[in-house]
Design a protein around this ligand. Sequence first.
Ligand code: SAH
Ligand code: SF4
Length: 345
Amino acid sequence: MTLPELKEVLVGAGFKPFNAIQIFNWIYKNNIYEPTLWTNVSKKVKEYLLANYDFDLPKVVWHGKSTDGTRKFLVAFKDQKTVECVAILAESGRMTLCVSSQVGCAIGCTFCHTGTMGLTRHLSAGEILGQFLATTKWVRENDDPEFKYTNVVFMGQGEPLHNYDNVKNATLNLLEDNGIAMGQRKVTLSTSGLVPQIEKLWDFPPVNIAISLHAAHNNVRTELMPINKAYDLERLFDAIRTIPLKAHRRITYEYILIKDLNDRQEDIDGLTKLLNIKESKINLIPFNEYPESRFKSPSKTKVKWFKDELLKRGYVTTVRVTKGDDILAACGQLKSMEDQLNLWS
Ligand code: SAH
Ligand code: SF4
């Protein structure tokens, strides 16, 4: 629940709105998930909550730590469905949680492991936040008592805008002053381009927005992302123009570089036609190869050439560094490990 939702529930049950703030403090600031331990909350409130709500965190059923400090978690929910999430350590010391919003994904991008799984179900707001809370707790108890996320990106399994309300509520709690109190600029929502939901972003907390573009021409984009058949580049950019951008903020365009497919001169020309220099950032992602995929990653020289050409034209351009390769935590490698682990036998 968000703080206003919890206040409403409590007031409806005859309690006071400030009880909701106390509860948020216990859960999100003190990280005590057992209501019986909440010393300043009245017994009646606790009894009411315990009778009606669930306080369990999802379970971390597998954890791997890369030599570069990146961690991958397999997290299981009540119905034994699992998702993966990743804690990515940057040189700057930033610790970013790459969180999942769905079990699987319905969008079916042809380059993406998750896309080949199809959609199993949406995650609730609690299950999304549960990944944040459960993995923090796990690392603090098992490895690093000081562990803390500084950033969150919705770039794990799933299409966050396909699960709009739950992702919105989870985001509200990430930003809530009485809760996790993360800054708006520390949270990034990534979308494959669900046009009707992009047009609803005025109603979403003002976090960073990343668009998975991956191609500058419709025929290439449709080959990579079937969603481009429903919402082509023209419709996508009409929708993007409706996103309320705060001063000096830019939209990030994620662009997976795939060998001989979208790494050509005409792709650079196409990008310069599509993207406004002042309002765009380009994040190039060298394709992460995996055995079942027909796509290949371009050479390092090619990636550098592509980046330099965009920089020359004035675009803020970065290349995403691959992290956690040794624990299969890299982009697009978030697929169910259940079979390998034989978790439920
Ligand atoms: N569904 C949302 C967010 C999750 S995907 C979206 O598509 O934006 C997060 C990022 O991982 C996307 O930019 C996606 O394109 C990228 N990704 C998926 N498979 C990849 C692969 N094999 N190599 C590199 N990046 C990949
Ligand atoms: Fe879904 Fe994103 Fe993967 Fe596409 S890239 S299949 S939208 S998770």
